[in-house]
Design a protein around this ligand. Structure first.
Ligand code: G4P
Length: 528
């Protein structure tokens, strides 16, 4: 193994931030990028914010392709570390996309609003992280406002998210009486000053909390801090690095992202403790990042990012070896050799062409529809990384074309949008209309707007009487034939040609599953 490869792996951190909308993900991202020197202007990230906006705003923003590109992945350097921050859409209607983004990270940071505690979307995203045992650090935000007590918040995290909390910093007061945080790990006191914009925040080293300096700095709150720390020493879970890596424990930090307070502290711990790129499973074997041979997979596709070029970018996570511009790899799904000539790396504000990249890095590959989610590239060995699924949609609409001459464009648009993973397209065995399925309804509106803007297709939706879909297969060809023959009206092919059963409701689905024991009904499907 080359020394440089090992060094580059060791200094890489690839992560995503998970939070319920409004907890402060955007603000925290912006501050992290400030520390990383990737942006030098507050407000730069704000413009990309889409989660909280109405659909119309969302689409308007989405249409400004440049914005969504630069923010899907943000790369920055902090100290000696190369950090890749992957954007995870916070809106629940985009949870499928978020899931796939989380397959490409090595760890996550969870942001919690100190007044609201654990919220619904936090719980869902946490479930996803748990499925992959993704290590998580927690940032409890908005301490400059009145919120819930830190112990109460940690209890809630432990109970609702089933993960042990271990505080690494501790807040002194909150809201109007917020004085700062005491770093339990380094035994330093950080005094709060609102509106911090500098990168150097003064730390005061406190060897002994009984030092009278603590009283002069904190006044009457000094004794509260002493009591809290004494209590924590007896009651809090001690920090166990292994438990963090196994995702059974989360180190907790307190701060105020908007005031840039507590952020650097967390970032310092993050780069030191968060895992570097690790092994990844494939159908045949585990791939280690330090293997010389290059490998990786596509976890996200974004089309038409530049309307002038109609290109598509596949976001590719490098899992092993070194990427060099112009290298030849095998596109295993197509069985073809391709040259990775034009790879892009995403800096916070711009994209740049790159000559080399390493495990943990995310590169953008331009293509015209030849690359799909789940595709794996390696120079020779046939590998297929696992765990990048499609989810059965829960909402359905029939697409009615207004201008019959645009059938081809409609087909092209729908297929491309399906390949991006935003929607799923079904072609019923009987009839000629397309049915589209989505995990969240917001995707329908976005799809229609994009069909119009990017493919010049005028179409409308019609409600359709389906509430569930399952991919169907069987080990017994005879049963499969019979199932297909008898249920034509409820069957469709998805855009990859997989047979799918569309059910009117859950009851029907269960009834079918009981009635056809030889048929396997899959809720998720991995691209092959
Ligand atoms: P999100 O990406 O998780 O959805 O949250 P975002 O960062 O946009 O923050 C949501 C709101 O919370 C914003 O206010 C933001 O300014 C505020 N906020 C973030 N961090 C802190 C903090 O540490 N303290 C306080 N008090 N507020 C914080 P907004 O009014 O909704 O938006 P804006 O007008 O400020 O942009």
């Amino acid at each position: 193994m080359s020394k440089q490869l090992q060094q580059e792996i060791t200094r890489r951190r690839t992560f995503g931030i998970i939070s319920h909308p409004d907890a402060g993900k955007t603000t925290l991202t912006e501050k992290l990028l400030l520390f990383g020197g990737a942006i030098n202007m507050a407000g730069a990230v704000k413009s990309r914010k889409v989660d909280r906006h109405a659909t119309s705003d969302w689409m308007a923003i989405e249409q400004e392709r440049g914005i969504s590109v630069t923010t899907s992945v943000m790369k920055f350097t902090y100290r000696d570390y190369e950090v890749n921050l992957l954007d995870t859409p916070g809106h629940q209607d985009f949870s499928e996309d978020t899931y796939r983004v989380l397959t490409a990270v090595d760890s996550a940071v969870m942001v919690i609003d100190s007044a609201k505690g654990v919220e619904s979307q936090t719980e869902k995203l946490m479930e996803v992280c748990r499925m992959r045992n993704t290590p998580i650090m927690t940032f409890i935000n908005k301490l400059d406002r009145e919120g819930r007590s830190p112990l109460d918040l940690m209890d809630e995290i432990e109970e609702k998210l089933q993960i042990e909390c271990t505080p690494l910093s501790w807040p002194i007061g909150m809201g109007k009486t917020f004085k700062g945080v005491y770093n339990l790990y380094h035994k330093t006191l950080h005094l709060f000053k609102p509106g911090q914009t500098t990168r150097d925040i003064k730390k005061i080293v406190i060897e002994d909390l009984n030092d009278p300096q603590v009283d002069s700095l904190l006044g009457s709150q000094a004794d509260d801090l002493r009591e809290d720390i004494e209590l924590l020493e007896g009651a809090a879970n001690p920090f166990e690095y292994e438990h963090y890596l196994q995702a059974s424990q989360t180190p907790v930090f307190f701060g105020s992202a908007i005031n840039n307070f507590g952020v650097q502290e967390m970032l310092d711990c993050f780069v030191e403790m968060a895992p570097a790129p690790g092994p990844r499973r494939t159908v045949t074997r585990e791939v280690l990042p330090a293997e010389e041979s290059f490998s990786g997979f596509v976890f996200k596709i974004q089309a038409n990012m530049d309307p002038a070029h109609r290109d598509r970018i596949a976001f590719f996570r490098i899992c092993s070896g070194k990427f060099t511009r112009g290298m030849k790899v095998k596109h295993h799904r197509l069985g073809k050799d391709i040259t990775l000539a034009n790879a892009t790396i995403f800096m916070a504000q711009e994209r740049a062409n790159i000559d080399e990249a390493w495990p943990g890095d995310i590169i953008g590959l331009h293509n015209h529809g030849t690359i799909k989610i789940g595709d794996t590239f390696t120079p020779k060995e046939m590998l297929k990384f696992t765990g990048i699924p499609n989810f059965a949609p829960e909402h359905f609409r029939r697409v009615l074309l207004k201008d019959p001459l645009k059938t081809k464009q409609l087909q092209k648009g729908l297929i491309q949008l399906a390949e991006e993973g935003a929607i799923q397209v079904f072609r019923p065995l009987i009839g000629s209309d397309y049915i589209i399925g989505a995990v969240g309804v917001l995707q329908f509106e976005v799809t229609m707007a994009r069909l119009k803007n990017e493919y010049s297709v005028n179409a409308v939706y019609e409600p359709v009487d389906y509430q569930a879909a399952r991919w169907v297969r069987s080990d017994t060809p005879k049963s499969m034939d019979e199932f297909e023959r008898k249920n034509q009206a409820s069957l469709a092919f998805d855009s990859e040609g997989f047979l799918t059963y569309l059910a009117q409701n859950e009851w029907m689905l269960n009834y079918f599953m009981e009635k056809w024991p030889d048929i396997i009904f899959d809720k998720t499907r991995e691209n092959v």
